[in-house]
Write a protein that binds this ligand. Structure first.
Ligand code: HEC
Ligand code: HEC
Length: 301
């Protein structure tokens, strides 16, 4: 079991190194190869600017280094990553995919007020949020070269996008009407996910883990059932995205979220105004204060 595990790990590292090599050397050619990206060619704005627009010189080099960090996060920043994910495990197509978590335009959406922290977050803060939660790791120095290069890439992907507040409304609201059936979710998992993510969610050479000690932690956005459902509905199964119904995506998201994953002790300080959404799987200090004092207000989406 142990040695099998090590072999798998090694294989997964080799696959990743190959993937990284491909995306660095022949990013464009590889991208052109898929059906998804043929449709991308029809609507380039949604997928960000073409690589050919990366400027020459030091700025272009910073953009390329930033992308390399996001693609090979664990190998490049081992002390900041505490699991088997890389940034682009969720931000697909190096953040270009038009779906939940797209980085196209992200540089223009910050600073932004977010209720989870109840502060106006800078883009550096938001990047580090994913390091601490999604990567179960530690934040980068906000004035360091790694952060600078990552921001250079996010900035490049956001050129031509006007600076404006994030769109109003709650994109996750559509999931509020559904009730999850984790038994149905287990069946979806076995039929459509396990072959890549492993029968025990542990990850394989071709796909990262979905739960367990090497996955994202409980404080990550993906640990929320609605966020996971939206991601899965749009992007999974990886080889046949868009083939699950809303119900099946919600069921399998609930099934995944019902499994253990790393803790995030700081989570009790989240949503300090007591406005945590209902699919947040952990208690917060503010919610406890509320339930002891005045009756908790219904969550305003
Ligand atoms: C486990 C999945 C996962 C991983 C891994 C991950 N993220 Fe995220 N990230 C998310 C989700 C989910 C969101 C919220 C998307 C939304 O609500 O639109 C998000 C949001 C973001 C945003 C803000 C997007 C916006 O439009 O406001 C940035 C920037 C970001 N992530 C950067 C990173 C970086 C950098 C890494 C690697 C250090 C990373 N993420 C790793 C899941 C992940
Ligand atoms: C053909 C293989 C394949 C199948 C089938 C598949 N996935 Fe994935 N999945 C991937 C790959 C590959 C990634 C990461 C993409 C990357 O690193 O570029 C991923 C990423 C994810 C992520 C975000 C990263 C993480 O590990 O937390 C989630 C969540 C996810 N898949 C859920 C599912 C679910 C649920 C199903 C079944 C409905 C499914 N996947 C089916 C290959 C697959």
């Amino acid at each position: 079991m142990g040695s099998e595990h090590r072999v798998l790990r090694r294989r997964s590292r080799i696959v990743r190194v190959v993937l990284v090599g491909l995306s660095l050397l022949g990013g464009c050619a590889r991208e052109r190869a898929t059906a998804r990206d043929r449709s991308a060619a029809a609507a380039p704005a949604l997928h960000g600017p073409a690589d050919a627009l990366i400027p020459p010189g030091p700025l272009g080099a910073a953009i390329q280094r930033g992308r390399a960090l996001l693609v090979a996060t664990r190998d490049s920043l081992p002390t900041h990553v505490g699991n088997d994910l890389r940034c682009v495990s969720c931000h697909l197509d190096a953040g270009r995919r038009q779906a939940l978590g797209s980085w196209v335009g992200v540089y223009a959406r910050y600073p932004q007020y977010r209720p989870r922290s109840a502060t106006v977050e800078t883009i550096e803060y938001r990047v580090n949020d994913c390091f601490r939660r999604s990567m179960n790791g530690t934040p980068l120095a906000v004035d360091g070269v790694e952060m600078r290069d990552i921001l250079a890439y996010l900035w490049f992907l956001s050129r031509d996008v006007p600076i404006e507040p994030p769109p109003p409304g709650n994109r996750l609201q559509k999931w509020a009407g559904l009730t999850a059936d984790t038994t149905a979710g287990a069946a979806v998992y076995a039929a459509s996910c396990a072959q890549c993510h492993g029968p025990a969610g542990q990850g394989t050479a071709v796909a990262p883990p979905l739960w367990g000690p090497k996955s994202y932690n409980i404080g990550a956005g993906m640990a929320r059932v609605r966020t996971a459902a939206a991601f899965i509905r749009e992007n999974m199964p990886f080889d046949q995205p868009g083939t699950l119904t809303d119900e099946r995506a919600f069921d399998v998201a609930a099934y995944i979220s019902a499994h253990p994953r790393p803790d995030f002790p700081d989570k009790i300080h989240d949503w300090p105004n007591g406005d945590a959404p209902p699919d947040v799987a952990y208690p917060t200090l503010a919610a406890q204060r509320k339930s002891r004092g005045a009756p908790a207000k219904a969550h305003a989406p």
